[in-house]
Design a protein around this ligand. Structure first.
Ligand SMILES: [Zn+2]
Length: 381
């Protein structure tokens, strides 16, 4: 191998490596460009996660999986892991009439919260929120310089697990770092993807072909590079390494609460876990109302004052319509209080500002900690 060749090989390797991590495709001709006026504090890129990981002093980072496209899936941990004295898997422990056989959670153990960043790659609001949360854990301030002392203090009382992006493949394929100020239709095109003739798959049509292979023009950011929507993997035999890793953490950590962060062109809200037991649905409904009140008090986008979640287990008119999804699986594998949260995107239709998008995330996180502090389930033998 001559010198010139080895240098060009080196350069090529570098370009492939750099490209595989951070290169972002361009929108199709005629579609709006990626917004260029994104504020510094809005940290929705994979490179923002990588930069934050370099700054960690208190949190411990682990690579818990590689995505279908070869990207690392990270988890960051704060607080010592308690000895859960586990002697049975969760459902066997419940059948033995006490979840403490799966995980002992006495009042002198640290509660555990599990933040699962967007498994849908067009929903970058959760990445931005979690990167700012990491910064608060480390420094006390978000990337606007605003202090969150109450939020930072929770890191001393809890074990906290943060997966900043649940689907780095989808995030990498998304040409937009935000849909702020863009039409919902553009988010739909690149989020759920298109068919070969350019027809948009849309929601919920994008779930009707899974894995998303075959009649695919643009593979939506919903999916990993193998066409898997992690929200709707086969949880009894997972197809994606990302899903397995997210589930494995729940089984090892027995989180008191797990949240899956999503976004839509909407006002913010919690989605009920439609396949959780009634006692857990009631807790989720209570939390959803507490959170909506916090949005109202904070002068943030919110649902109506009297809004609330259903405790029905399906559509009574036309069942089945409520799927057993990632958050259902998390509950049944670990007993965790698990639900989906939907943030706005800031599209033309929902009109939310960058400031509000970040505040919605941080208020959600604060309310999650305070809810578990005040309403923890104690499991003891
Ligand atoms: Zn989503």
């Amino acid at each position: 191998m001559n010198k010139a060749f080895s240098l060009s090989a080196l350069l090529l390797t570098f370009c492939i490596l750099a490209g595989s991590t951070f290169s972002q495709p361009l929108p199709e001709p005629g579609d709006p460009e990626n917004p260029s006026d994104i504020p510094e504090f809005y940290k929705s890129r994979l490179s923002d996660i990588e930069a934050e990981l370099e700054l960690l002093q208190k949190g411990k980072v682990e690579r818990i999986a590689y995505s279908a496209g070869g990207l690392p899936l990270y988890a960051i941990f704060y607080g010592e892991k308690e000895d859960l004295n586990s002697q049975a898997n969760y459902n066997s422990a419940v059948a033995a009439r006490n979840p403490a056989f799966f995980a002992e959670k006495t009042s002198d153990t640290k509660p555990v919260v599990y933040f699962i960043g967007p498994v849908h790659g067009q929903e970058g609001e959760g990445i931005s929120g979690l990167v700012n949360l990491l910064h608060i854990a480390e420094t006390g301030s978000d990337y606007r310089g605003r202090e969150w002392p109450e939020l930072q203090a929770f890191f001393a009382e809890f074990r906290v697990i943060i997966v900043p992006s649940g689907n780095p493949d989808g995030r990498r394929r998304n040409p937009y770092d935000t849909f702020k100020g863009l039409p919902e239709e553009i988010m739909t095109k690149y989020g759920q993807g298109t068919q070969q003739d350019g027809t948009l798959w849309r929601w919920p049509g994008a779930k009707s072909l899974h894995p998303m292979k075959g009649d695919v023009g643009i593979l939506g950011a919903y999916f990993n590079d193998n066409g898997i929507n992690i929200m709707h993997d086969d949880f009894f035999d997972p197809m994606a390494a990302e899903t397995k890793a997210i589930m494995q953490l729940a089984k090892e950590e027995a989180p008191d609460l797990s949240v899956s962060l999503h976004s839509c062109s909407c006002t913010p809200f919690v989605i009920q876990n439609s396949h959780a037991p009634l006692f857990m649905k009631k807790r989720i409904a209570d939390f959803a109302q507490q959170l909506n009140q916090a949005f109202i008090a904070g002068d943030l986008p919110h649902r109506p004052e009297n809004w609330g979640l259903s405790l029905e287990d399906d559509d009574p008119e036309f069942p089945p319509r409520a799927s057993f999804n990632l958050v259902s699986a998390l509950h049944h594998a670990s007993g965790t209080m698990s639900f989906t949260f939907e943030s706005p995107h800031g599209t033309l239709e929902d009109g939310t500002s960058y400031e509000e998008l970040l505040d919605i995330q941080l208020v959600l996180y604060r309310e999650i900690f305070s809810y578990i502090r005040d309403n923890r389930l104690i499991w003891e033998k």
